[in-house]
Design a protein around this ligand. Structure first.
Ligand code: NAD
Length: 424
């Protein structure tokens, strides 16, 4: 198999190992396209860069950065950039691969890519963070571009970081290139609705899945892990639909309230203090007990590998909505299937963000911007249509929604590969 595998050491539950197992499961449904499956098991390109910056105290620090382009078969690379102390090449490879699957599952004209820097951005000043972002952008500048590969925000990166990336790339090419990144500030070619788009997509797919299993959202109890961009936006929409957010966990701790939090108070508390801990409208609970909370809907929206086999056995929810990328280990996935817990997988559940990123990219190219209503209506339509197709595929093959999403996406990618043929 691929030489890339010699750079990483995947295990059954590690991100790349999890992804490979997911691909293996769809091989029986690929028919003659199965001959191309190696294209999915090996990233097209992986760039590892040293990112040196001078810190405010005058010392020079080095950080390791990555940009992996898993597939460019259906269009330019597309995927976020993560700043986190645990970022590894293996993780970025898996995240890039899941972007290929996600973009194909929603039928966006993109391949899949992802980037990251192994850094704790909370330890850097704003000035240091800007230097880190600009140097990283310059280093990966040889493979990104509006037609090549378009980064976006992910964990610990935001619209400001996208603005610095866009400015750095533009300075290097000598022209303002708004289409090089998405998730930019509105006054720089950003799109209305982008910030909450991933959370909105989680809500839309959750609403549709709940309807199909006759789960009433009114008074449904929801637990959310990760109260950042994705988790808080999804929680807000579920609360607006009548559900109660009964537990929330983030890096700062875990809180619960059987009557549901008042989000009009919790969201400002998280903004002001940086986390859910210390919120007066709920009680603190031990982190591990979060997975035992009585609820109908569980939304893991933090990091990968959180829903382990042990936690899956204890989970009370009927519906799991994967806001995060890769939050469920393969072992946990099988246990949830056996227990009849419906999992809407990351590769469709959190595709709302990249869908509105696609809208942003299209708007930047045409220099014509849509209203927020137009964006939300188009997003809803795409997510509902994609989930319907996946649901029907799952029924047809009698497989989980995850395997069905992979089957739909892998077929699209490999059909494109089959038509393009192999160069030279
Ligand atoms: P974010 O940085 O805004 O929020 C991350 C949240 O996770 C924070 O609340 C943080 O406290 C929490 N967290 C971190 N470590 C934790 C831990 N050990 N235990 C519990 N909570 C922890 O990031 P985000 O953009 O909301 O991304 C969250 C997930 O959603 C990631 O897996 C990301 O890849 C995925 N995702 C994000 C987008 C997007 O548009 N932002 C799109 C698709 C998928």
């Amino acid at each position: 198999m691929s030489s890339f595998l010699s750079y990483v050491n995947p295990t059954a539950d590690s991100p790349w190992g999890t992804y490979l197992a997911q691909v293996d499961r769809v091989i029986p449904y690929l028919g003659h396209l199965g001959r191309w499956v190696g294209m999915l098991k090996c990233p097209k390109r992986a760039l590892i860069v040293d990112v040196p910056i001078e810190l405010d105290n005058g010392t020079v620090a080095h950080f390791e950065g990555y940009r992996v382009q898993h597939s460019l078969t259906r269009g330019p690379g597309k995927g976020g950039v993560r700043f986190h102390p645990d970022v590894t090449l293996e993780e970025v490879m898996a995240l890039a691969a899941w972007m290929s699957i996600k973009n194909a599952a929603v039928n966006l004209p993109f391949g899949g890519a992802k980037g990251g820097i192994r850094v704790d951005p909370k330890l850097l000043s704003r000035h240091e963070l800007e230097k880190l972002t600009r140097r990283y952008t310059s280093e990966i500048g040889i493979i990104i571009g509006p037609q090549q590969d378009i980064p976006a925000p992910d964990v610990n990166t935001n619209a400001q970081i996208m603005a610095w990336m866009m400015d750095t790339y533009s300075m290097n090419v000598g022209a303002t290139a708004t289409g090089v990144v998405t998730g930019k500030p509105l006054h720089l070619g950003g799109s209305l609705g982008r910030i909450k788009a991933t959370g909105r997509g989680v809500f839309v797919t959750g609403r549709e899945a709940a309807r199909r299993i006759s789960l009433d959202l009114d008074d449904a109890r929801v637990a959310v892990q990760g109260f950042g961009n994705v988790g808080s936006a999804a929680a807000e929409l579920f609360a607006q639909a009548g559900a109660k957010i009964v537990a929330a966990q983030d890096h700062s701790g875990t809180i619960c309230n059987a009557n549901g939090f008042d989000l009009a108070e919790l969201i400002p508390h998280v903004k002001a203090t940086g986390g859910v801990a210390g919120f007066m409208g709920g009680e603190a609970m031990a982190n591990e007990e979060f997975w035992d909370v009585p609820c109908e809907i569980m939304i893991p929206a933090a990091l990968e590998g959180q829903l382990t086999a042990d936690r899956a056995r204890r989970l009370k929810a009927r519906l799991v909505l994967e806001g995060a990328n890769g939050p469920t280990t393969t072992g946990a996935d099988d246990i949830l299937t056996d227990r009849g817990v419906l999992v809407v997988p990351d590769v469709i559940c959190n595709a709302g963000g990249v869908t509105v990123s696609y809208f942003e990219w299209v708007q930047d190219f045409s220099s014509f911007f849509w209203t927020e209503d137009e964006i939300n209506v188009r997003l809803d339509k795409i997510m509902v249509g994609a989930l319907k197709n996946i649901w029907e595929t799952a029924d047809r093959h009698k497989v989980s929604l995850r395997t069905a999403t992979f089957a739909v996406a892998c077929e699209r990618i490999l059909q494109a590969r089959d038509a393009r043929g192999l160069y030279p």
